[in-house]
Design a protein around this ligand. Structure first.
Ligand SMILES: Cc1cc2nc3c(=O)[nH]c(=O)nc-3n(C[C@H](O)[C@H](O)[C@H](O)COP(=O)(O)OP(=O)(O)OC[C@H]3O[C@@H](n4cnc5c(N)ncnc54)[C@H](O)[C@@H]3O)c2cc1C
Length: 569
């Protein structure tokens, strides 16, 4: 049974940054990942990463405090202000560190890291590498992790936590290459499995972004925080939902409706196309609902033609490739058909500013966590930043806690074996129903259509109630799922089936949280409660697992620096 001081689940930016940090302090660290780390969803990030470097000619007086203010205002005041301030303070240092580790950022002519404008930001402060920023950052960290000899277990699919005497002591995983379940025991576990976008039917996320880590934590009693806040990105390709980065608008792209208008003038006259995502997604959706989509249909245009071929080829080459290959449109010649799609999970595993959770020995960082820097709406470029800042901090916290003697100690092989047996029993039960059991793929298809259609950009009580009833019925059907094929290697049927119930559970957290929150804030926009209600709802939602469905509690938001105001752009 492999044992390591620290096990990191997930080889994306957050996981690798945590691993590299802990390894540098001498811990024995292993990363477990379902795919090669370089193929994590972080590599799909296009537009950039924020830090108040003040490199842009229009940003000479930018500061981390201004970045924190934009973040908190962007969050519709639901972000914890202490964590937002910490993130923006750490930002320049972690960017310079990535630069020194070899990340090929785009540069200005004077050699400094280039920065571009992004939505909801008072200054151009988004650092980038063309439109492949996530790829560059991730590969820099992959190299760093190998160089530091972090142990990599690649193509292992983690299914559950090992909890012994109230402390997380490792994970159980399916070995995709050789088949079978194994325990990986540890003194501490950092969860870094990324977002839960695939609980929606119209997501920009990779198919492995299913919220597995958040679901495992939730099942182990750690609350899921603020799950009702789902980010809809304004510009997903019409037919495939693939992302057209916010950098398209950062570089000057227009949003145009069926009447040829730059309609953002109606909704955000100052910021125009660079309004925050929640506002821009609502504006596009309103244009479509009111019949001003292109040819009256449910999309509008992202028009880059006026930027000219040279700028598009230099700054947005990947966007052009994707538009050509997936939509048959060359942005140099034609406008791109787009509409809002699910993009980001603001909520997640409830953590403190150092990635600690309420379960001793268990930490989380990156998109699966909710340290609460994004609140009700994340600003573009702040998520890549979050992964690196809080991945690093989680790594430091593990080192400090283990040095402080809180390792738990003792032999956990018995707990590990018991956890493996429990997982094998679960698989045997699913397999015993075989093709006679409920069809997991039918359940998944209905779930992702329900979240998409009933918990979208605009929400309303009666619609959400119908959606919630459907999700509850799907949860019941999960109890009778059948697995057709339990054995073998690279058994995708097994993996997709095992993760399904967790996905439905997270969808229920979204649904219950959204119904309970009788206000509009950030991405959560209710037509029946259109105003923000700070008196009652300036609070986080905490969802605790029960077999009957999530039990909701609410907890205060950390305020103290920025007074909540009305958001105008
Ligand atoms: C298309 C796209 C573009 C984006 N562009 C930007 C941008 O320009 N700027 C920005 O700030 N943000 C952007 N984001 C958001 C940002 O990229 C993500 O929030 C961030 O990269 C998430 O990193 P992570 O380390 O938390 O997780 P990920 O990079 O998603 O990595 C998750 C890891 O967990 C592993 N894993 C998952 N489940 C399991 C399991 N059960 N067992 C074992 N391993 C598992 C996976 O193998 C993977 O290694 C974008 C997101 C998308 C989808």
């Amino acid at each position: 049974m492999p044992h390591h001081q620290l096990i990191v689940v997930g080889g994306g930016l957050a996981g690798l940054r945590a691993a590299v940090e802990a390894k540098a302090s001498g811990l024995d660290v292993a990363v477990l990942s379902q795919v090669h780390p370089g193929r994590s969803h972080s590599s799909a990030a296009q537009g950039g990463i924020n830090a108040a470097l003040a490199n842009h000619p229009d940003a000479h007086d930018d500061t981390p405090e201004k970045h924190a203010f934009d973040t908190v205002k962007g969050s519709d005041y639901l972000a914890d202000q202490d964590t937002a301030i910490q993130m923006t303070k750490d930002a320049p240092g972690v960017i310079f560190e990535m630069d020194h580790w070899g990340c090929p950022f785009s540069r200005f002519d004077d050699g400094r890291i280039a920065q571009r404008p992004f939505g909801g930001a008072g200054y151009p402060r988004t650092c980038y590498g063309a439109d492949k920023t996530g790829h560059y950052l991730l590969h820099t960290l992959v190299e760093r992790a190998y160089e530091r000899q972090v142990k990599m277990y690649i193509e292992v699919f983690v299914t559950s936590l090992i909890v012994d005497e109230g402390r997380c002591r490792g994970v159980v995983a399916y070995d995709m290459i050789n088949g079978g379940f194994h325990a990986f025991t540890a003194d501490a576990v950092v969860m870094a499995t990324g977002g839960a976008g695939r609980i929606y039917g119209n997501s920009t996320n990779a198919i492995i972004s299913t919220g597995a880590g958040a679901a495992m934590a939730y099942h182990a009693g750690v609350p899921a925080e603020d799950m009702e806040f789902i980010q809809f990105h304004p510009t997903g390709l019409l037919t495939t939902h693939i992302l057209m980065s916010e950098a398209c608008r950062g570089e000057g792209g227009y949003l145009v409706n069926g009447e040829g208008e730059r309609f953002m003038a109606r909704y955000a006259p100052k910021a125009m196309e660079l309004a925050p995502r929640d506002i821009t997604a609502r504006s596009i959706t309103t244009e479509i609902i009111e019949g001003r989509g292109i040819n009256g249909e449910d999309y509008v245009h992202l028009d880059l033609r006026h930027l000219g071929a040279e700028k598009i080829l230099e700054r947005l080459p990947g966007i052009r490739d994707i538009a050509i290959h997936f939509e048959g449109v060359d942005p140099i010649e034609e406008p791109i058909p787009i509409r809002p799609v699910q993009h980001y999970t603001m909520g997640g595993i409830d953590t403190d500013v150092d990635g600690r959770t309420r379960l001793p020995g268990f930490y989380a960082a990156g998109e699966c966590a909710c340290v609460s820097v994004h609140g009700a709406n994340r600003l573009g470029g702040n998520s890549l930043l979050e992964t690196i800042v809080f991945g690093r901090r989680a790594g430091m916290a593990v080192v400090a806690d283990l040095e402080g003697g809180s390792a738990g100690g003792g032999d956990v092989s018995a707990a590990g074996s018991a956890a493996v047996s429990a997982m094998e029993a679960r698989v045997a039960e699913l397999a015993s129903r075989g093709a006679d059991g409920a069809d997991p793929y039918a359940i998944r298809a209905e779930m992702i259509a329900t979240t998409r259609d009933y918990f979208g950009v605009f929400r309303e009580e009666s619609v959400m109630r119908t959606g919630l009833e459907t999700l509850r019925r799907l949860k019941e059907r999960c109890g009778g799922i059948g697995l057709r094929n339990a054995a073998g290697v690279f058994n995708l049927d097994l993996m997709r089936t095992l993760e399904l119930e967790g996905m439905v559970d997270l969808a229920l957290c979204v649904a219950e949280g959204a119904l309970a929150r009788t206000e509009s804030r950030g991405s959560h926009s209710r037509t029946d409660f259109p105003a923000r209600d700070d008196e009652r709802w300036l609070v986080h939602t905490l969802a605790y697992y029960t077999p009957e469905g999530p039990r909701l509690e609410h907890a205060p938001v950390t305020l103290g620096t920025f007074e909540p105001q009305e958001r105008k752009y």
